[in-house]
Design a binder for this molecule. Structure first.
Ligand code: NOJ
Length: 540
């Protein structure tokens, strides 16, 4: 299977719709607000917007609990507003990716309500009812059905790979087949209205039991079937996975998968420090001034994933997202952000930015819980039991020095979440006016990536560090006629390394605090604290 053509050069920008821009003064972001900020998004140089779920929902999990897949949540606007958004985005060369919550719904979804009212009905098969003997007048309790994430998110029935209980359907039973059909209907409905692709929530979770390798294979087959249908009917639309195991996701037909905090290891070992929604999980992190991290988990895993999907799909390492801490959190302050950005923007697949990261918004410790933001006792494959607070990563976008940082006209107490209260909180306005700002730095990196084929998504990626010398990070990116060396030092002290001679620097594309000196068959790289450099190389 070939990936959709536009994905290779994509740079995604994730918008958490409730926190981006409010246009009607209710304190919650909406489509008209987002439309008014499209010029800004375009000015970053990104090529696609991924929107978290914006469908009708009681918001028990911030919209990942859908009541009606075919209706826009009124707080964001109307279907017409969505179509305007898509049109306006397309006019600016931006694709729109929506979120498909394929595996579960809200308990308020009429499908669930109807089945709960008549659990013995022959067509009560959209959900997985473990017990149908409850009194419909009282309704089911949480033991009566299978859930996917929070208990109030009943799992849609895609069957069991080897049913062992009378209440478990095989994958080709009428209920699971009906749900597959519904997924096609939902996707088609929004493709017809201007959507260019879906990010699929918990994409690996459909066939049960979730942690059974054979069920995984059956889920892969399910997505392959979806992909076939898309290739025939909507060939230019993309499928992006929340699978966090690109080898499996791309095999399943996804164009792109994120590598994050579950399934494939590595991401936490780079970024998760002791502050934030998710704990370190994989030891002291690499991007930390104390320099206690290592590449030993991430490096082999990343290379394995890349090698396995070469030419078929892509991996994205996101700069934060709505489920875990922002880059700027805990001990990772301003001065350390830029070398992390150099890493992200020179990665081997389409980068994904999370709103506000480009100006260095902070993860807000002690932000109040909102709409299911607290992960109490949730288990994630390979990540154990989670209980962090996601609200700190979902606070309103900081636009300017006006009331509510330009996010909304509502009284401050009505905002979706309180703004960062720091007097020196960063804003777009202030950074636009400062050529040395992080915002300009990020824009510049995006342009560098676009202008240099070697920094793109289908080209070589080689780590030059040895196990014993993890700092500074040295990576070689190579296309047919371009070789680029990337060096960065996330530590608070100078770091040096001698790497095998890969060519001599011929042009400095970016350099703060780095020195690369050719020696006998080697290159000596010396990097000041938090330094970074991108160097074009001439062949040795
Ligand atoms: C993953 C989503 O990113 C997260 O925000 C959500 O709570 C769960 N899936 C459940 O849908």
């Amino acid at each position: 299977m070939q990936p959709v053509s536009w994905i290779r050069d994509a740079i995604l920008y994730q918008v958490y719709p409730q926190s981006f821009q409010d246009s009607n003064g209710d304190g919650i972001g909406d489509f008209q607000g987002l439309i008014s900020r499209l010029d800004y998004i375009q000015s970053l140089g990104v090529t696609a917007i991924w929107l978290n779920p914006c469908f009708d929902s009681p918001f028990g999990d911030a919209g990942y609990d859908i009541r009606n897949f075919y209706q826009i949540a009124p707080r964001y606007g109307t279907e017409e507003d969505f179509q305007t958004l898509a049109k306006e985005a397309h006019a600016r060369g931006l694709k729109i990716i929506l979120d498909l919550v394929a595996g579960h719904t809200s308990m308020d979804n009429p499908w669930f309500v109807q089945e709960a009212e008549n659990p013995q009905a022959a067509d009560a098969n959209r959900y997985i009812w473990k017990n149908r003997e409850f009194d419909p007048r009282e309704g089911p309790d949480r033991e009566d059905f299978v859930s996917n994430f929070f208990w109030h998110q009943p799992a849609l029935n895609f069957g069991y790979v080897t049913p062992t209980e009378p209440w478990q359907d095989p994958v080709d039973a009428p209920g699971p087949m009906r749900n597959r059909e519904e997924l096609r209907n939902i996707m088609g409905y929004w493709f017809d209205r201007g959507c260019d692709g879906f990010r699929v929530d918990m994409a690996s979770s459909l066939v049960k039991p979730m942690d059974d390798p054979d069920a995984r294979i059956a889920t892969i087959a399910l997505w392959q079937e979806m992909r076939k249908w898309m290739d025939a009917t909507y060939p230019d639309c993309a499928l992006v996975a929340e699978w966090s195991h690109p080898l499996e996701a791309v095999h399943a037909g996804f164009d792109l998968d994120f590598m994050m905090h579950f399934n494939a290891p590595g991401y936490p070992s780079l970024f998760f420090n002791e502050v934030g929604s998710l704990p370190p999980m994989e030891g002291p992190c690499y991007f930390d001034a104390r320099g206690k991290g290592s590449l030993s988990i991430f490096q082999p895993e990343y290379l394995k994933q890349l090698a396995g999907i070469q030419g078929k799909g892509y991996v994205s390492l996101p700069v934060a997202n709505h489920d875990f801490q922002r880059l700027r959190c805990g001990p990772r302050g301003w001065e350390q952000l830029r070398c992390a950005w150099v890493f992200f923007m020179t990665q081997a697949g389409p980068p994904t930015l999370y709103y506000g990261e480009e100006i260095g918004m902070r993860y807000i410790e002690n932000a109040p819980a909102k709409e299911g933001s607290t992960l109490l006792g949730i288990t994630a494959p390979n990540a154990g039991t989670l209980d962090g607070e996601r609200a700190g990563t979902r606070t309103p976008m900081q636009w300017d020095a006006g009331p509510n940082a330009g996010f909304s006209d509502a009284p401050p107490q009505d905002l979706y979440l309180p703004l960062d209260s720091a007097v020196d909180r960063p804003t777009v306005e202030q950074q636009e006016g400062d050529p040395e700002s992080l915002l300009h730095f990020v824009r510049n990196l995006i342009q560098l990536r676009k202008q240099h084929p070697a920094l793109g998504s289908d080209t070589g990626y080689t780590f030059l560090n040895s196990e014993e010398a993890p700092y500074p990070l040295t990576v070689l990116r190579e296309s047919e006629d371009q070789r680029i060396l990337i060096c960065l030092n996330p530590c608070g002290v100078r770091k040096e390394i001698s790497i095998q001679m890969v060519g001599t620097p011929s042009k400095v594309l970016l350099n703060v605090g780095g020195r690369v000196t050719p020696g006998e068959g080697s290159l000596h790289v010396s990097m000041e604290p938090f330094g970074y450099g991108i160097f074009r190389l001439r062949s040795p």
